[in-house]
Write a protein that binds this ligand. Structure first.
Ligand code: F1P
Length: 338
């Protein structure tokens, strides 16, 4: 069978060109000014909520300003738990630009005059009509339901947005290496992704990521669920010891999205899980099972964790005779009568 028959495979393998477009589009868009806002909120649904978690952590790390992520459904129905009386910058992220909760939440945010809106999407749709700054990466568009190329393109855009808000032109310059490194990683490690993905002795996956990587661990986890119907969960590294590690056995895979800064603490968790029988896979800049060797600053190379984990979920889906292009019960966009 040719894996190229699957849209998901083609979209994962071609994503680096969408990263390039994200970089160029986001550099050009007019930016809000950080001092104008008391807080920055990132919002989306499903994958784009996990992207919001990753982006909010990066925004606060780079700018020192308070930033939070909230599911669009929560911003719509429980806005008093996230909105303050001050002026808010809302970054609304959506592949389709038509997800009902996200559109309704942004519409309400604007009508109640809470602040300004930045939209990051792959389609110029109704969500973009509310944008004060609109970033649309059309090369991230995809036909499959589970987000892969789209997510990565919007994440690169969000990373550029955060770096620009922090005045870090140096980081944006370094990001130009990402597409080439991404393609090299896929060439070098697709076989590892296939080997792990096709091993159906594994029945549970845990994705560990801390700081700016936790949202990415959540997204990798969602790919595993959506494409393969496998029990999987994301955790912050040190959190995994506080109960969830009771699930570790010889059928478990523990995937570590390793940082440079806290590597010693993160490695210790993985070593302990290996001793409990887990198969451990490390992704990171160097001396890992998946080595980036990117020389790109840690804060803006997060997208590099994604392709191998997307491919691993893809190969497991096919090995289980599932169709990764059509995940169980799911549609590409959730439309509600709210
Ligand atoms: C949001 C979303 C996806 C999910 C699935 C259904 O879509 O929930 O995150 O993976 O594809 O739609 P969008 O608002 O990003 O278009």
């Amino acid at each position: 069978m040719s894996f190229e028959n699957f849209a998901t495979y083609r979209e994962i393998k071609s994503q680096a060109e969408a990263w390039s477009q994200a970089l160029e589009m986001t550099k050009q868009v007019s930016q809000p000014k950080p001092p104008d806002y008391d807080q920055v909120l990132f919002t989306g649904c499903g994958s784009t909520y996990y992207l919001s978690i990753a982006a909010a952590a990066l925004y606060q790390e780079l700018t020192g300003c308070v930033a939070r992520a909230v599911p669009a459904g929560e911003l719509l129905l429980n806005s008093k738990t996230v909105l303050s009386n001050g002026k808010t910058l809302l970054v609304a992220i959506s592949r389709s630009g038509t997800t009902t909760e996200t559109v309704k939440a942004v519409e309400k945010f604007k009508s109640e005059k809470h602040g300004d809106v930045v939209v990051i999407s792959n389609h110029e749709e109704v969500l973009s009509s509310f944008a004060d700054a609109n970033i649309v990466i059309v090369k991230g568009q995809e036909v499959s339901v589970a987000q892969t190329r789209s997510f990565a393109s919007m994440y690169v855009a969000a990373s550029v947005f955060c770096a620009r808000m922090a005045g870090r032109g140096d980081l944006i310059e370094a990001m130009h290496e990402l597409p080439e490194v991404g393609d090299r990683i896929m060439d070098n490690y697709e076989s590892l992704a296939k080997e792990l993905g096709e091993n159906l002795d594994f029945d549970r996956f845990y994705f560990l990521g801390s700081g700016i990587r936790y949202g990415l661990a959540c997204e990798a986890n969602l790919k595993m669920k959506e494409m393969t119907l496998t029990h999987s969960e994301p955790f912050h590294f040190l959190e995994f010891r506080h109960g969830p590690m009771s699930m570790v056995n010889g059928k478990a895979v523990v995937v570590g999205l390793l940082s440079d800064a806290n590597r010693v603490y993160e490695e210790k968790v993985l070593t302990e899980m290996k001793a409990l029988g887990a198969t451990v896979t490390r992704l990171g800049e160097s001396a890992t099972d998946v080595e980036f060797e990117s020389k790109i600053p840690e804060s803006v190379r997060g997208v590099l964790y994604l392709p191998v984990l997307q491919l691993m979920a893809f190969y497991r889906s096919v090995a289980k005779d599932l169709n990764p292009d059509k995940p169980n019960h799911l549609t590409a966009v959730v439309r509600l009568d709210l």
